[in-house]
Design a binder for this molecule. Sequence first.
Ligand code: CDP
Length: 806
Amino acid sequence: MNDITPTREQREAKLEGMGCKRKRVEDIRFTQGKGNYVDDMKLPGMLHGDFVRSSHAHARVKAIRKEEALKVPGVLAVLTAEDLKGVNLAWMPTLAGDVQMVLADGKVLFQNQEVAFVVATDRYAADDGIAKVEVDYEPLPVVIDPFTAMAADAPVVREDIKDKKDGAHGPRKHHNHIFEWTVGDKDLTDAAFRKAEVTIKELISYHRTHPCPLETCQCVCSFDKIQGELTIWGTFQAPHVIRTVVALIAKLPEHKIHVISPDIGGGFGNKVGAYPGYICSAVASIVTGKPVKWVEDRMENLTATSFARDYHMTTEIAATKEGKVTGLRVHVLADHGAFDACADPSKWPAGFFNIVTGSYDFPTAHLVVDGIYTNKAPGGVAYRCSFRVTEAAYCIERGMDILAQKLGMDPAELRLRNFIKPEQFPYHSALGWEYDSGDYHTAMKKMMESVKYADLRKEQSAKREAFRQGKTRDIMGVGVSFFTEIVGAGPSKNCDILGIAMFDSCEIRLHPTGAGVARVGTKSTGQGHETTWAQIIASEIGIPADDIMVEEGNTDTAPYGLGTYGSRSTPVAGAAIAMAARKIKAKAQMIAAYKLEVHEGDLEWDIDGFRVKGLPEKSMSMKDICWAAYNSVPPGMEHGLEAVSYYDPPNMTYPFGAYICVMDIDVDTGVYKVRRFYALDDCGTRINPMIIEGQVHGGLTEAFAIAMGQEIRYDETGNVVTGSFMDFFMPTAVETPHWETDFTVTPSPHHPIGAKGVGESPNVGGVPAFSNAVNDAFSFLGSTHIQMPHDYWRNWRAAKGLGVVA
Ligand code: CDP
């Protein structure tokens, strides 16, 4: 070996493969303001559309008069439901099997519902036009509180299906009822409760909130009348699904629809669904023959374009006196708003809420979810969550703390006693899931040692005594949360969207000089796929990550994929990437064997190429193999070096984590301070530790926001009272606590590289840690459960309710 021959370590480092803290390649453009977002699109002759929205939460629409609006300079068209009926688009199907108005048809069902679409030469003219559209409303009684929605005399939200006895997910019990979903063994569970030595029962509500990505939902639609082709640039987390939905509802041939997701400024589930803005822009482009842009503003996004959570979970746990759980019973009242437009896999009306047994070995459980209609915005999205997992984790993690309090047991100790043990994996949960791998005890103990848990509890006891003696007005909370996630939707045996199996895909094409392109069916909304997908390929086939360009989001070039949400990208597309790379490697091995004049079996892989076993100096690098693939391949072999994989995962992946939050609350003001937040995550094999850390920081910040104040709230007449960032809590760096991160590694046994998803874990695990900290702080004053969000005012009110402030 001469001096300039790189060492094995240098060759390995040059690849920047898995495990490397590779810098995010996409940040070169993002940090210089050179990203290309939908609103950057400017096409010749482009028009702008904007909505007339309902000021009422529930009202009959008696008349819509467009005449004055059409006189406004620049206004070209005003679309209403009557116009859309002409093209059979006044209503559209939802992902959940319901139908949804595109524009108000006869009545409005929630405040800010889309009533008419004004198309003009610029956004200002469109807004002037909106002011001139006259709508006659006849207000109707509203139903906002989900607990009154199924009263006999409750207002009928959905007149179109008032008398329908069956919905998409079975029988309906009431005119505002959508579905009842039951899972588990009722008789066994009831028997466990009859025998139980200790039980708890609590209504645990997870309030309505919103993912509020920095960039709102938007699109540009351009219909080419000559070619009969529709091109849509949009903020789509799942562009291929959007293409298929447009083909189905607009009756256009799918190959004549081009859907392109350019750079996206955050999705968090908000950009999965199909919204009226997309349909109206497409119709407007077809009608006018011009490209039409629709960009919603912040208030429209917050109040009308979807929501998250709004789950009200009556939770019961049965246990022995020693703290061994014996049964779980949960009833959920799920408020879906005016239409059931939840973005779940089609057959899962409550998503994967049946992961609610969490990390614990419940011998039996029973779950009932009732979905209901109210006069609120539709579209329950998975806000950084794998389809209602966040609600489930909150439910069980609060439930375990409440049980610990009743037993007089430390909440960490209660969890340790009930964890699924490492030897029980693969573990079959009482509600039907097969957990792939986990080592919960190790993670929990590492967390407890890292934060010196025992010392924290001692300090808390001393502080409580000082409070009792009137020496301090601060109370201290230690919030423990241990969550198990279920991500990677999903296996075709149980997941589809509108009948399309939830596989994902990757196509890799290597060029003669040893560089290449990878096209993937996912779509990054900020998670750094351009960086990490290349790292998987680098490790698999020995081409430096810098020499692989990753492309996503163009339905004409990327293979069909189901998109990015619910942390499915790594579990599903990440596997497809590895599998496509392995196909390339197999062909490369044949080429190398031919060139080195040995049998394929005589070759072994060595970081960035093949070498002959026992003769390490006889080798061929992948770079050289790429050249050979376009030059001299074995007889009978086709030239080129490319492969495609469509990966149908055999199971979900089950990442987990141990989180702890230490908080001090001043009872006189309700002001809290997060003193410490420690998050240990186990997402199996780690592709890029720096990106994982970034994902955890972002997710924890969202969890902090949700638990401590972020809420979509309505008054009794259905007005949204948190419709802007003035009153919807969006933490900045000023409010955001410091995050400490840690990890363990328990690979997934069925994933080609052992990786599990991570993006949403911090949101899932973070919310219960914050809420448990607040509840733990108040628990010694006699409180069992205080509902989220825990803003200053509610903390103060809780203290007042407990009689510790005058
Ligand atoms: O579907 P989404 O991209 O939102 O979530 P994810 O699969 O959890 O991935 C989020 C980011 O973290 C991606 O850039 C992944 O490549 C990265 N990641 C990682 O580096 N290692 C893992 N085990 C999981 C995710």
